[in-house]
Design a protein around this ligand. Structure first.
Ligand code: G3H
Ligand code: 13P
Ligand code: ZN
Length: 326
């Protein structure tokens, strides 16, 4: 089937208590690893492209890679989504250039300016059958040039969501409930030590998610910054020449809980980056004589596939749901 927008996926995800995985793509091996797992698990999927990915790989290459995945996986619905669209022009370029969904990220703007910018994108997108994600509240962490320090993030205010959604006409809303971008989601000071000596991060603000959902019944909510930073890969990186002290992610049980509530899209990027980097570092440590990129990209792609499979089955709950999302 051709690329689809996110409408039907979110409708089914909301109704049936699961979330769609939104995975960031930058190159062929990442696209293949994700979509091969989704095809084998019969799962719907959102492939998302950031401003940085477009700058790195070029819009056309990314669209063509995703089109190749659509051709190779005709059984599953696939959305091509712009992640963190920074302005109207970038959203327009993606809408005109084959994307089926865009995010306009006005979360750093004052409320009225966020509404005006988001509505402008929605008006343009909806005329062309493209769905739009908006955002209220800011996450800590780094995305492209925007860096928000821990402690400077702001949770979504539930009292603002009805006005934002009604006046903009967005199809989904990203909210801030304590997740953050990157591999360092929580400082050690924010965590508590459990009896096994493992740092346990503070729980997500489910009270805010529930208050938002009460205000917007039936409306799809999005979580950014939702990597879990698997410690096996942090260890693999650190044992093979890397240095990632105190890399901590969101516990998977909390994401599963969110997916069963109103959260219909969960963004995961750092976990795939870690799997890829850990695998490549280990490969070169184990085989210092090798120099063929295919030899290290092959196990990296295989590990991306396995981590995505794990997310589909155990975290998102969307394995086997491709047919109902068509
Ligand atoms: O939220 C951002 C995504 O992880 C994409 O990251 O801007 O480095 O491509 P990027
Ligand atoms: P992570 O950095 O937690 O993978 O989040 C990715 C994201 O939110 C992309 O928009
Ligand atoms: Zn994000």
């Amino acid at each position: 089937m051709a690329l689809v927008n996110s409408k039907k996926m979110f409708e089914m995800a909301y109704k049936n208590g699961y979330a769609i995985g939104a995975f960031n793509v930058n190159n062929m091996e990442i696209v293949q690893g994700i979509t091969e797992a989704c095809k084998e698990e019969n799962a719907p999927v959102i492939l998302q492209v950031s401003k940085g990915a477009r700058a790195y790989a070029n819009h056309t290459y990314l669209v063509k890679l995703v089109e190749a995945a659509v051709q190779e996986c005709p059984e599953i619905p696939i959305v091509l989504h712009l992640d963190h669209g920074p302005d109207f022009e970038t959203c327009k370029a993606c809408i005109d250039g084959g994307f089926t969904s865009v995010m306009i990220d006005g979360s750093h703007l004052p409320f009225e300016e966020n509404i005006a910018l988001t509505k402008k994108v929605v008006d343009y997108a909806h005329e062309r059958g493209v769905t739009v994600e908006g955002e209220l509240g800011t996450l800590a962490g780094i995305e492209d040039e925007v860096k928000v320090e821990h402690g400077k993030e702001s949770y979504t205010k539930p009292e603002e969501v009805i006005e934002f959604v009604t006046r903009t006409g967005v199809d989904s809303l990203a909210i801030a409930i304590g997740t953050s971008h990157g591999a360092y989601k929580f400082t050690p000071e924010q965590c508590t030590l459990n009896e096994d000596g493992i740092l346990v991060p503070p729980p997500l603000r489910f009270d805010i998610l529930e208050a938002v959902s009460k205000k917007l019944p039936g409306f799809p909510i999005v979580l950014h910054g939702s990597s879990s930073v698997p410690q096996e890969y942090v260890k693999m990186v650190n044992e093979n020449g890397g240095k990632m002290p105190n890399a901590i992610g969101v516990p998977e049980e909390q994401l599963r809980k969110a997916a069963a509530l109103s959260v219909c899209k969960i963004n995961i990027d750092s976990d795939l980056r870690l799997a890829m980097t850990g695998t490549i570092r280990k490969f070169y440590n184990d085989h210092p004589d090798k120099f063929d990129p295919r030899e290290y990209l092959k196990p990296a792609r295989a590990n991306i596939k396995e981590i995505v499979r794990h997310k589909l089955i155990n975290v998102l709950g969307c394995a086997g749901k491709a047919d109902e999302c068509k």
